[in-house]
Design a protein around this ligand. Structure first.
Ligand SMILES: Nc1ncnc2c1ncn2[C@@H]1O[C@H](COP(=O)(O)OP(=O)(O)OP(=O)(O)O)[C@@H](O)[C@H]1O
Ligand SMILES: [Mg+2]
Length: 554
């Protein structure tokens, strides 16, 4: 310090501090809400106001954490025993239960406890200004369920600089004990900066329009799920992602399973071809050809079993057993590429030859599926390829989807380079346990071939009923929720959505109202509310092609 320097003139009021012409007014948190909404700080601290936030976090050793939780639980129990009443009793009960639950999580090391110091300080050039800013901040925080506290005659202790040992004495409300989840929710901007090099633009953060880029190829699973009610923009978001992925990876190979024929013109406009599955003129895909599993005949037998189960859901257990053993024999000893004639022969030749089963299989000889009976003759046109299932009856859709999925998988595994497989209306495969298992296994294996899947469906609940569906969902690296009419408890718990997120999803704005889709993305550990926005050329291309039938222009 030179002899001429002077400390700036500093004054401390009861609840504010002035240094020179600068005023500062601190605010502390007296009580946290039971649940901290995701990203709330981003919304509590608008970029238009000068507010400092300081946050320090010190981890408690596990033993100490368990002790703190045991004490909290004991205190709540003692107070409950002495007769807390009404709301107080229910708050105590929540405290007791959450201390117990957290205790288990800390013991399992899935959460930790942190001593967290939090302080907000509004800044400005006049006292009324900083006090008004602070009042508004307090109101915003109270909307999120926080109770705040203005430190009175404690301004200096509040504003003291952070020291690394956490030993500084601080006013009431500065220190909080929080579990890892709550601490993570306090990071205001951390979750809006997913910027993966070589990624594609997924969307813009709803809070501050910061862009989010994801590189699916850099994660262990390259597959994503997109869920949302009809009209929420799933098809559009998918096609947008495909365009952007092709720009980054011009060698991308793309296959679309398109039950409603929405991608036809899009795929043609990219120079690709459409397979109109039900038109009766397109060449045949033999569902029994084991080329799709790279010659793995056991895997092929399992898939054939699954597709037949979805086609004949009324089969009894004894009939299924006969069918399974016929399919097994077919792949153990049958021709290289069996046909349905061979399968029917196997069914009839079994020791317990089953006439009802043989009659059902007549559908492949003389009935509506007879063009599937024979070797593969389909000659594909240019990439990308979409398979249009329009014209297939509703009951037969899961069957057709399953063998086309099996075929698409075969294509993916036999080629080098990055590949994407889109499956729209994926719930059709969740109708039957067996086809859901096929889908699950395929999603799990795709990563080994540098391939990923985009699974589109209206309601995530479709996949929550069975273990195979849940495993499928766990194997999606990113899941996007567009507007959902309601968020079931099962969905909320499975995806770890907060109450605020679950309440928001039914209100997410629809593209027909907003001009873009609002969505919540679950990307690894992050939950990001994003706007899915297309540039003008992207928009024009997509609106001009999506939803247009692609057939008729071979
Ligand atoms: N991000 C977006 N920006 C602009 N327009 C969009 C966007 N997303 C969707 N749209 C428009 O909204 C409409 C509905 O979108 P889309 O068909 O993708 O919904 P969907 O979720 O696939 O519905 P469904 O379940 O009925 O297939 C379309 O007209 C589409 O052009
Ligand atoms: Mg759609």
């Amino acid at each position: 310090m030179t002899p001429f320097s002077r400390r700036p003139d500093r004054t401390e009021g009861a609840t504010w501090e002035r240094t020179g012409h600068r005023y500062r007014a601190p605010l502390l948190i007296r009580q946290f809400p039971p649940e901290v909404p995701f990203g709330f700080l981003g919304r509590a601290l608008p970029t238009t106001e000068t507010i400092d936030l300081s946050l320090e976090a010190h981890r408690l050793a596990p033993d100490r954490a368990l002790q703190v939780l045991q004490n909290a639980r004991a205190v709540a129990e003692a107070e409950l025993a002495t007769g807390g009443e009404g709301t107080q009793a229910s708050e105590l009960e929540i405290e007791r239960a959450s201390a117990e639950e957290l205790g288990r999580e800390v013991a399992r090391r899935t959460q930790e406890l942190w001593k967290v110091g939090i302080r907000f300080v509004t800044r400005g050039s006049s006292r009324p200004r900083v006090e008004a800013l602070r009042a508004r901040l307090g109101e915003r925080l109270s909307k999120f369920g926080f109770r705040t506290r203005i430190p009175r005659y404690e301004v200096e202790e509040t504003l003291r600089t952070v020291d690394l040992s956490a030993a500084t004495s601080r006013p009431l409300g500065y220190w909080q004990t929080l579990p890892t989840d709550a601490l993570a929710a306090l990071f205001p901007f951390g979750d809006e900066t997913v910027l993966e090099p070589r990624g594609v633009l997924v969307g813009l953060a709803l809070s501050d329009a910061s862009p989010v880029f994801l590189d699916r190829w850099s994660h262990s699973s390259h597959s994503w799920g997109i869920f949302g009610t009809t009209g929420s923009g799933k098809t559009f978001a998918t096609a947008l992602t495909l365009l952007r992925t092709r720009w980054m990876h011009p060698d991308l190979q793309l296959t679309v399973l398109d039950p409603l024929g929405e991608f036809g013109a899009f795929v043609r406009a990219l120079g690709g071809s459409v397979v109109p599955l039900a038109d009766g003129q397109t060449g045949r895909l033999n569902p029994l050809d084991p080329v799709t599993t790279g010659g793995d005949r056991r895997e092929k037998a399992a898939r054939v079993g699954a597709m037949l189960r979805s086609l004949f859901p009324s089969l009894r257990d004894d009939e299924l057993a006969v069918l399974d053993s016929a399919v097994t024999r077919l792949y153990e000893a049958g021709p290289d590429a069996p046909t349905f004639n061979d399968l029917q022969r196997e069914v009839l030749s079994g020791r317990t030859g089953d006439p009802r089963l043989a009659t059902l299989l007549e559908v492949f000889r003389t009935g509506s599926l007879q063009n599937l009976n024979g070797p593969t003759t389909l000659r594909l046109g240019e990439e990308p390829v979409s398979v249009d299932f329009r014209g297939v009856t509703d009951e037969q859709l899961p069957f057709h989807l399953t063998y086309v999925l099996d075929w698409a998988y075969g294509r993916l595994r036999s080629r080098a380079g990055p590949k994407l497989l889109v499956i729209d209306e994926a719930h059709l495969l969740a109708r039957h346990a067996a086809t859901e298992e096929v889908l699950e296994r395929i999603v799990r294996h795709l990563r080994h071939f540098n391939a990923g899947m985009l699974v589109l469906t209206q309601n995530p609940d479709d996949f929550l009923e069975r273990a195979s569906g849940r495993s499928l969902l766990r194997n999606l690296y990113a899941t996007a929720f567009l507007r959902l009419p309601e968020v079931s408890r099962a969905t909320r718990e499975f995806f770890g959505l907060t109450a605020a997120e679950a309440e928001w999803l039914p209100k997410a704005r629809l593209p027909r109202d907003a001009g873009y889709s609002e969505s919540l993305w679950r990307i690894g550990p992050f939950h990001l509310p994003l706007a899915l926005v297309a540039s003008t050329p992207e928009y024009e291309f997509l609106v001009g092609t999506l939803g247009q039938p692609g057939a008729g222009s071979h």
